[in-house]
Design a protein around this ligand. Structure first.
Ligand SMILES: Nc1ncnc2c1ncn2[C@@H]1O[C@H](COP(=O)(O)OP(=O)(O)OP(=O)(O)O)[C@@H](O)[C@H]1O
Length: 344
């Protein structure tokens, strides 16, 4: 996004470098996601006891919750090398063949945004995941032949914000799927405490709680808000206390619940243009000028989690808390159900 709001996809190089430095290196350092940590621990330990590559792992959840970090931890904890690529970089089966054939035995292959990989590559991946083998097609038409190529055993760690978009045969080939949840405020306080120490920043605990409570349940956003508070304190020669947090977050359009500009645009559209809904996804996306995928995978999960929005078979509907948060009186729905043919 280009409006300066604090979104997981608004990256700058310096911020990315800093984000890298903040990544926990082990499962023990990784805050929250207790269940997933336990499941991963077991899977890695069993593989290590049998001296084999761990099963393929799918990490699913909204951006910024720690999927890349967990992939790095899997490599670190199992003492294996890590190779990283992403779905958008694999637009042909040949792109994937090049990556797979270069793997060394036991390597961890991390594919971010795996749901964006080309369909032809997905099909190649089925065989690679199951039998550590691919068939490379040579030539075209009647003269085409396929040459089998054995691969080194590897562990695929796929990350996706849209697990529902993965075809079943691909999803079924992962030995374990981790569903990452938004973090509780207390967990984000721990993330922030660690980041403040790494930034050498003195922040009082009430200020940390305030940042944590307004971070959309997302560590990446918590870390980023902390840096904006640090900037504010630096420029205004003040301490990083409650006042600095309040002023910095207001400057960056983050409200009391942590909603940012796009969250509010979506809610206001549903409330004022569609009388609270129901409204279909595509209609909503066009109305706020944003990609349907961003609304579905980034905005909605948080609005549903905070109880401002519900998804019904007829479309998205604002809840009474949604009306209340925006200081609006609830009206009876007068708009027909989501437009015909729209995605609900
Ligand atoms: N559980 C955690 N404990 C501490 N820090 C975390 C945790 N999860 C994520 N972070 C921090 O949040 C930042 C974002 O995490 P990460 O890049 O792993 O998210 P992601 O889910 O892969 O996001 P995307 O889907 O956008 O790729 C990292 O800097 C990392 O340090």
């Amino acid at each position: 996004m280009s409006d300066g709001s604090i979104r997981p996809d608004a990256e700058s190089e310096a911020e990315l470098a800093f984000e890298g430095a903040l990544r926990p290196k082990s499962l023990a350092e990784f805050v929250g996601q207790r269940k997933v940590r336990g499941q991963l621990q077991l899977l890695l330990q069993a593989a290590s006891m049998q001296n084999r590559t761990p099963d393929h792992i799918l990490l699913a959840g909204p951006p910024g919750l720690g999927k890349t970090t967990l992939a790095m931890i899997v490599a670190h904890e199992s003492g294996r090398p890590l190779r990283m690529t992403s779905g958008p970089a694999i637009q042909h089966a040949g792109d994937l063949a090049a990556v797979l054939s270069a793997l060394v035995p036991g390597e961890i292959l991390f594919v971010d945004e795996i749901h964006r990989m080309a369909r032809s590559a997905e099909e190649m991946l089925y065989l690679a995941m199951e039998d550590f083998r691919i068939d490379i097609m040579v030539g075209k038409g009647a003269g085409a032949t396929s040459i089998p190529l054995d691969l080194a055993p590897f562990t695929l760690v796929g990350a996706t914000t849209r697990a529902g978009l993965l075809p079943n045969p691909l999803r079924d080939r992962f030995g374990f799927t981790a569903h990452l949840e938004f973090y509780e405020t207390a967990e984000l306080e721990q993330v922030l405490d660690r980041a403040a120490a790494l930034l050498d920043l003195e922040v009082d605990s009430s200020a940390l709680s305030m940042i944590a409570g307004r971070s959309r349940g997302t560590p990446r956003i918590a870390n980023r808000l902390l840096r904006r508070v640090r900037d504010y304190a630096l420029v205004h020669r003040t301490s990083a206390g409650l006042e600095a947090v309040d002023a910095a977050l207001e400057l960056y359009d983050v409200d009391g619940l942590g909603l940012d500009r796009l969250d509010r645009a979506v809610m206001q559209c549903i409330l004022t243009r569609f009388d609270g809904g129901p409204v279909g996804l595509n209609t909503l996306a066009v109305s706020v000028g944003e990609e349907a995928e961003t609304i579905e995978s980034v905005v909605e999960p948080f609005l549903v989690r905070t109880g401002l929005l519900t998804r019904t078979p007829r479309g998205r509907v604002a809840t009474p808390s949604g009306w209340e948060h925006f200081g609006l009186a609830r009206r009876e729905a007068s708009v027909p159900a989501a437009l015909f043919g729209d995605r609900l």
